[in-house]
Ligand binder design. Structure first.
Ligand SMILES: NC(=O)c1ccc[n+]([C@@H]2O[C@H](COP(=O)([O-])OP(=O)(O)OC[C@H]3O[C@@H](n4cnc5c(N)ncnc54)[C@H](OP(=O)(O)O)[C@@H]3O)[C@@H](O)[C@H]2O)c1
Length: 329
């Protein structure tokens, strides 16, 4: 996985501490395949060897084509890059897991992924067999309340046994949903991907994961500037205390935020389409934040109100029994 520090997963593999997020490199943010391809190539050129995608992002084929180019040109070997993808909410049923896994592998042009995550614990019915949920005339999503997360997990385990995923894990699950999986699993979740940043620290859920030796991967580590969902939340990258700290260290606010997370042994999955910022974000392993300044960053926490990705754009999602964010952690 190159020179980047990494964490070991109980599956035996190692996950690089910085991941290159691709959520908005594609149709979700009206980006063309060619622009997305350019950004992913630039990420690999900068040295990122951990790519985070999802069926829901509709860009797996783009990542597949870039990886294909790089592998066939001998610039990279398959085992040198850690690829995460995710089962979409419209695939959240034990009978659908294998087909979605195979579809992702085909689009990614790979025979296995390093980590396969359940993207979100609420099952949605599909509009056309793809990732877009079916909706009623008034825009409410059609959900499938009968789905058993435990049964879906068993189907995820089969993907490991079939050699399609080196490791499997969860995303956006709360502690009681994770406990349910822990009670029935043969293969323990290798990681939990959740929103974590200095404003939304999820300390109780992280402590829960630490007790169960489940590494945490943080998405939106920079506070997701630019997403339509973050407009009501103060901009993390412009926080005064953070700016003062960044000044003192002679680093950018983004470097401080990413360094903060990796010092807490949290994998940080950020997105950038800008090669300058990609390089900047990589340069966080040549300095450390003092324990006093780590405390100062701890104190920036604004709790649950600072959650950006509530997923409420799926109308009605927060009324579902499995909606993960109605409980404290
Ligand atoms: N599992 C889930 O449900 C879930 C949900 C959301 C996201 N994710 C994953 O997490 C990834 C990251 O999340 P995110 O993109 O929402 O949030 P983020 O990484 O916190 O923020 C991305 C934004 O930060 C900007 N940025 C990057 N580096 C910067 C720097 N050094 N200085 C200033 N601005 C900088 C980027 O702009 P430029 O592109 O212009 O640099 C982009 O607009 C996604 O791509 C996706 O892979 C997962």
């Amino acid at each position: 996985m190159g020179d980047m520090p990494s964490l070991s997963l109980h599956s035996g593999s190692r996950i690089p501490l910085l991941g290159f997020g691709t959520g908005s490199l594609g149709p979700l943010r009206q980006m063309s395949d060619e622009d997305a391809r350019r950004a992913i190539r630039a990420g690999l050129e900068c040295g990122y060897r951990h790519l985070d995608t999802a069926a829901f992002y509709q860009n797996e084929h783009v990542i597949g084509s870039v990886l294909g180019e790089w592998i066939s040109a001998g610039k990279i070997k398959r085992e040198e890059v850690f690829v995460t993808t995710k089962l979409p909410p419209t695939g959240l049923h034990e009978s659908k897991v294998e087909a979605w896994m195979l579809r992702s592998l085909e689009r990614l042009n790979l025979s296995y992924v390093d980590l396969y995550l359940i993207h979100f614990p609420v099952a949605m019915l599909s509009k056309d067999g793809e990732v877009t949920p079916s909706t009623t005339e008034d825009g409410r999503v059609r959900f499938d309340p009968e789905v058993s997360l435990e049964e879906v997990w068993k189907a995820m385990e089969k993907q490991v046994k079939a050699g399609r995923a080196k490791a499997i894990g969860l995303s956006n699950f709360n502690s009681s949903q994770i406990s349910r999986i822990l009670r029935v699993c043969n293969i323990k979740p290798a990681a939990l991907q959740i929103e974590v940043n200095a404003y939304h620290q999820q300390r109780l859920l992280r402590e829960f994961c630490s007790r169960h030796q489940i590494p945490v991967c943080a998405y939106a580590p920079l506070g997701a500037p630019g997403t339509p969902y973050s407009s009501k939340i103060p901009k993390l990258l412009e926080d005064k205390a953070l700016l003062t700290l960044a000044d003192r260290y002679g680093r950018s606010p983004a470097q401080i935020l990413l360094r903060y997370l990796v010092q807490l042994e949290i994998v940080a999955v950020f997105k950038s389409a800008n090669p300058g910022r990609m390089r900047e974000n990589m340069k966080i392993f040549d300095f450390s934040i003092t324990p006093e300044d780590m405390k100062l960053l701890d104190n920036l926490d604004r709790g649950k109100d600072a959650r950006i990705y509530t997923m409420k754009s799926f109308i009605g999602v927060d009324e579902q029994q499995e909606y993960p964010f109605n409980v404290p952690f």
